[in-house]
Design a protein around this ligand. Sequence first.
Ligand SMILES: Cc1cc2nc3c(=O)[nH]c(=O)nc-3n(C[C@H](O)[C@H](O)[C@H](O)COP(=O)(O)O)c2cc1C
Length: 211
Amino acid sequence: MNVSDAILKRVSIRKWKSAPVEKEKIEKVLEAGRRAPSWGNTQPWRFIVVQDKAKKEELAGAAGGQPVVADAPVVIVCCGMIEVFSRKMQRQSLKQLMDVGALAWTDDILDNVVLESDLFAPYRLGEQIMTIKAGEQIMIAIAYMTLEAVNQGLGTCWVGAMSAKDTHQVMNLPDSMFVHDLLPLGYPDEDPKPRPRKPLKQLYFWEKYES
Ligand SMILES: Cc1cc2nc3c(=O)[nH]c(=O)nc-3n(C[C@H](O)[C@H](O)[C@H](O)COP(=O)(O)O)c2cc1C
């Protein structure tokens, strides 16, 4: 399946066949997330694959009882860590990019310009900004995973309406990690039409914005 087809075919799935999802297919979906781009290649995402029924019910509880979570054969708990945006870890990621020739910086530029810049180094702006930045990257990876799921004949439904705190507790996560979203995954038991979208004219502009 080409990318355009996957984009057009993807819709949120909320009814699932009970058939389990093959491990290889789950791994393909996770691999799509791993390949996603991220700020300075920081890759703040961590994904936990949950198939245990009781645990999925607890996760659904943290998501306001949404059946899309409890009924899915697989729930991927999409987490992140902000420490990748610490000076030390961001430096490591950027240095790795320099080593493979993706960034043509010297150590001096890295240490004295890039990592001293409010624009390039989120750690300078505090934990709130680091958390927002980490969250942005996680969402890119999730978007990639939703498309690979389509390619594998699977469906997903992005679930953001959940208590990150309760999910954190359910998953018994360390303080260094936070929960961003849930991604139920499985074989669709429905074939919904594409959901409405705003018209192109309202969304796209050439050269300048026109209200
Ligand atoms: C960040 C995010 C959070 C979402 N949270 C939920 C959710 O908690 N429950 C749900 O049923 N759908 C959720 N959705 C799915 C949206 O409702 C859905 O993407 C939107 O209605 C468009 O439909 P489509 O995905 O079928 O194109 C979420 C989507 C996104 C991107």
